[in-house]
Structures are given as structure tokens and as C-alpha cells.
Design a protein around this ligand. Sequence first.
Ligand SMILES: NC(=O)c1ccc[n+]([C@@H]2O[C@H](COP(=O)([O-])OP(=O)(O)OC[C@H]3O[C@@H](n4cnc5c(N)ncnc54)[C@H](OP(=O)(O)O)[C@@H]3O)[C@@H](O)[C@H]2O)c1
Length: 343
Amino acid sequence: MAPGSHPPKTSREIRLKRYPPGMPTRDDFDLVEVTLPDLADGQMVVRNIAMSVDPYMRGRMTGARDSYVPPFELGQPLLGEAVGQVVASRDGTYPVGAYVTSMLGWREAFVAAGDQLSPVDGKAAPLTAYLGVLGMPGHTAYGGLLRYGQPKRGQTVFVSGAAGAVGSVVCQVAKIKGCQVIGSAGGPEKTKWLKEVAGVDHVIDYKAVSDLGAELKRLAPDGIDIYFENVGGAHLEAALDNMKVHGRIIMCGMIGAYNARTPGPPNLMRIVRRRLTVQGILFLDLQDMGPDFELDMPRWIAEGRVKWHETVFEGIEKAPDAFLGLFNGANLGKMIVRLGPDK
Ligand SMILES: NC(=O)c1ccc[n+]([C@@H]2O[C@H](COP(=O)([O-])OP(=O)(O)OC[C@H]3O[C@@H](n4cnc5c(N)ncnc54)[C@H](OP(=O)(O)O)[C@@H]3O)[C@@H](O)[C@H]2O)c1
């Protein structure tokens, strides 16, 4: 057993009560206490230290089965990335004290077999970073930009959702590649962080400008080479109006459209006239870039070339609030729910 910690006998978890038709509310979630089963051979008890909430989870809170991931099951605990510590073990691979990541978030503790866990050493950064800059969002940003954006020195990159988990890494990787970066985010705290900490060249507070397209034109009079899309709606419309001929648009997500059916931008014809390449991306397709990502990102962090920020909600009961906060901009950097101390 890890020093100072006792294997829990119970765990609290968040379950989905119903599929929300529009913007989810607190009432769509239940907090339930469960008794953990006794350990069988090859099993471990893992105490979660922190869990992630991510925009993609909204796509699983629907009965529709047209996505690349299946819907969450009603009345069952939600699933998602988490980092935790083994606190009891009947398995040789993961001894007591080992740190692990899993897809078994949204709960305080769980019993699992080794094939549901991955080891994490926590050497490059605090454990929560493995849910953000060193985890799925960072990997998506790195792989999406480098593979499909092919950024070159001197090119202009526009990033929406720039102060979020993915966007903040895209901005900084583009800077490392020698690009001019324009980031868009909502509110002065986010724009200040992007400029002063992340070193973004030009920052737009999209909530404070009346004409996003005109602002982009002012900041990039010769046009945009690469647009990294996280948001959709007015951002996509403004980017399309300002793309260079043969520019590239990387469609990572459209969070502005996750809770409502919104019409697409009226200027899609720009894709034809400007001969743009538009590429949808998925983290799962970028797995082959894992070894490069795992070399580059810890090094860039150690060199101070990539910075990250976390917004932390405390306690499993706050997980729905943290999730809902993604849709009103409550997070600067990665949204994290802390469930217990690191050690
Ligand atoms: N394709 C993939 O494999 C993959 C993997 C990871 C993430 N993604 C996508 O990447 C995007 C960013 O994800 P993330 O994890 O980094 O989230 P995030 O940016 O850390 O958090 C969401 C942010 O989106 C912004 N936002 C929310 N509603 C908005 C709206 N209606 N209009 C404009 N901005 C809005 C808010 O920032 P502001 O305060 O700045 O508005 C909010 O803080 C999402 O679209 C997500 O689905 C895709």
C-alpha cells in the first residue's frame, strides 16, 4: 500500500441520467456512491488523482450513433481520461504506488486489470499535465498542426480557442516552427496569458471585437496560411474570408456547435476560389506520431518553450460543473478535476 493511503472500499462516481437535447445542465448528472468489489488475481485498486473533462464528451452524451465513439450508457458512470495511483494490487505489473493513466475517469477509485491502465512516470511535469499538454489534447495539437498544417518559418497561423488545452499548444508549436501566430480567445485574462506567457504575436479577444473578419484582415493583411479550427461559426467564416490561396484549414473541433444545430458559414465557396485544403483530424489517427510527441513535448517544456495552464475544480461532485464550464469559457488552459493529492 502507498505510504499514508488506504485502499478505499467505496467510490463516488458521476453517471449520466439522460441525453441532453441542447446545452447540458447539472440535472443531467447523478452522483452515486458504490462499493468496490474484492480484488481478483491480476486486478488493482486505483485511486484517481485527477480526471479530465473534454469537449468531445458532449458528442457521447447523445443517443445518436453517427460518431467515431459510441454514446455513453445512461445510468452508468461516465468515462474519460484520468491519472491515478495503484493503492492495492494483486498484479505483478503495477505494484502499489505506481502511477497510471486510464479511461476510467468520472470516479474517485476503481478496480481494474492491467490492460485498462498505462504507466506514467510524472518525471517531465506534474501528473495532471498528462491529461493536457502531455496527454491527448497536447498530442492532438502537435500531430494535427505538424502533419496537416506543415507549418514553415514566416507563415501566418490563426488559432481559434487559442487559450484552451489544444489551442494553447498549437500556438506554441507554431511559434517554435517560426510562424507568425494569431490567437483568438474570449476575455482579457486569456488574451493576456496568450501574449505574455505563451508568446503569441497577435491576440484577438473575440468577445470584444465587432467584426472578427476585419480584425483578422488588419492583423494579417497578406492572408492566413494555416487556420487551426477549434470553435466553428463566426471564427470559420472570418478565417475563410482571410485565407491565402492554397491555404490549409485543420478542422480539430467546433465547440460552438456541440449543443445546437447551427447553420454552416455562408462563404464556403471560398474553399473553391482559394483552392484550400480542409482536413478533419482525430487524435486516434495521430497515434503513430506518439514517439515524436513524447520526445519533443517534454523537451520543449524543459526548455521553457511550451507553457501550460490549468483550471482546476476540486472534488468529484464538481465534475459536471467543470464539464459545463467548457461551453462558457470557464477554463484557461486545460480543465481538470482534482480528486485527490498527487502523493
Ligand atoms: N479532433 C480531435 O481528435 C480532438 C481532440 C481534442 C480536442 N478536440 C476539439 O478541440 C477543441 C478544443 O478542445 P479543448 O479540449 O482544447 O477545449 P478547450 O479549448 O480547453 O475548452 C473549450 C473552450 O472553447 C471555447 N468555447 C466554448 N464555447 C464556445 C463558443 N460557442 N464559441 C467560441 N468559443 C467557445 C471556450 O474558450 P473561450 O473563452 O476562448 O471562448 C472554452 O474555454 C474542441 O472543439 C474539441 O472538441 C478535437
